[in-house]
Design a protein around this ligand. Sequence first.
Ligand SMILES: [Zn+2]
Length: 503
Amino acid sequence: MNLLTDPWIPVREQGKPSAQKLTLRQLLCEDTKWELCLPRDDMEMAALQLLVCMAQTLATPADLRALKQLISKPFVELQFDDGCKLCADWFRIDHPQSPFMQVRGVKANEPTPMDKLLAGVTGATNSCFVNPAGLGEALCSGCTAIALFNQAMNVPGFGGGFKASLRSSAPVTTLVQGEHLRQTIWLNVLTSEGIERLLPWHRKTEGQQPTWIEPIKSETFSATSIGFLRGLFWQPAHIELLPAQAGGNCSCCGHKNTEVHHGFNKAKFNYTVTGIWPHPHGARTMTLKKGEQEEKYLSFTTSAPSWTQLGRFVVRREVDDAKNPGQEPAAVIRQAQELGVRLTLCIGGYRNNQASILARRHELLSLGEGWNAKPVIVQEVVDTAIGYRDALNKALFTFFKGGGHKGAGVPVHETGKVQFYRCTEDMILDTLAGLDFTNPAPKISALKEQLHVAVVGLFEESVRPYMNDPNLIHTMAVSRQTMRKRLKELKPQQEGGADGKGK
Ligand SMILES: [Zn+2]
C-alpha cells in the first residue's frame, strides 16, 4: 500500500454521515470539503499530522503569499505529480527494502500484537474502560500507517529501553484548524522562510532522506544535524510489520474485507541526540537552571485543563531569569499569527507515567478576532483566571491547615480546584473565543465578575459542611478573609470605567 497513491484517508463529507477512504490526490486536488472520520480523536489528530507532513514533503511554499494560494485553492494535479517525484518511494508500507517508518529484518522473539501500536489501548489499568474491546486486533493499512506515525511522534515509546520520539516521551501537539481538511493541512505546512527561521541548518540538511531509507546511526549526534523532513518523520524504534492478510476487517476504522495487519516485530535501538530538535508542531519552554538554559517540549503533566497552558501555546516570551521561564509556541502557530487567520487551535497529547498512558486529551480552543496582533492578551486572560483559581486555593488551603488555629484537616483545596476547573472552563473558553483583541477590557472585566462569583460560591460550598463545628469558626473567618483580600487584589473596586490592568 502506497500512501501517495492508494485510498487510505478516512473522511466524510462535511455534514454527511457516510465515511469513505480518499487518495491524497483526491484530497488535495479536488474541491470537496472533507473532515477526518475515525473512532478515536487521537487517531484523527495523528492522521492530520501525518497528512501535514506529507503535504510538506510534496510542496513547501516559498513564502506566505504562496502559502495563501495553497490554503485557498485546490492543488493543481501537475503540482501534485511534481511533488511525488522526490518521494515516490517513501510512503509504501510494504516496500520490499524500505517500508514506510520500518526497517527490514527486525529480530524479535515473538511478534507484538497490533494493539501495542495504538496508544493507551493496553498497559494502563484503566485501558479496558476507555477503549472498546478488540480495538487493536487487526488494522487496515491506512490505520496501521497512522498508528505507526503516532507511535513514533507522540506516544511515550514502548518503554524498557526503547527510545521515545524526538520531542521526548509525551509531547503536546498544537496545530491550526481550518474550515475543512484540505485547508487545515495547508495551514500547518511551513513556508521555506519559516523552516529556515526554525532550522538555521536547513539548507545544509535539505537533501536528507527519512530514517527508513537512510537509517539512524547508533552513535551520538547533534539535533542540528537533523534535516527538516527527516525530523518530521523520525522513527526512533525498529519496527517491522508482519505481512498483511487479505479479507479482514479493520477494528479501528471498521473497513470491511480488506488487507489487515495482525502484528509486528520490534527491537530496541540506541542512539543519543544532543540538544533539542525544533519540531514545528509543539511548544517549548525554556528555564534557567544554575545559569544554564534548559529547554523542553510542553506535555500534560497534571489533570489541569488545556486552557491553563494556552499562553504557552500562543505567546512567545524570552527567558528572563530563573523565575520567569521563556516560552516558544509551535512554529505553525507563529505562522498562523503572521497569516493573520482567526485561530482555532487543535491540541492533543497524552498524560503518561513512563510507558503507560493515563489519559489522552484532544480538543479545540478558539481565539477571537485580532489575537495575532496582541497574543499577549491571551496570556493576560489565562493569568487572570489562574489568579482566581489560586485565590480559592489559598483560602481553602488556609481552611485545611488552620494557619495557627485548628484546621479542618481535610484537603478541601484539592476538590475545590477540581470544582473550579469544572465550573469555569466554559466561561474562560467563551471569553477567549469572543474576545475583541483590539478592545479586550470589557470582556476581561466581565470574566472577572463571573470568576469572582464562582470563587465565592465554591468557597462557601466547600466550607459549608463544617459550619456547625465550633472549633473551626475562627479558621473559617480567617480563610474567608484571605479569599476576600485576594479577590480585592484581582479586581479592585471603584475602577472608574477603564480596567486598571491595562499595562
Ligand atoms: Zn482501518
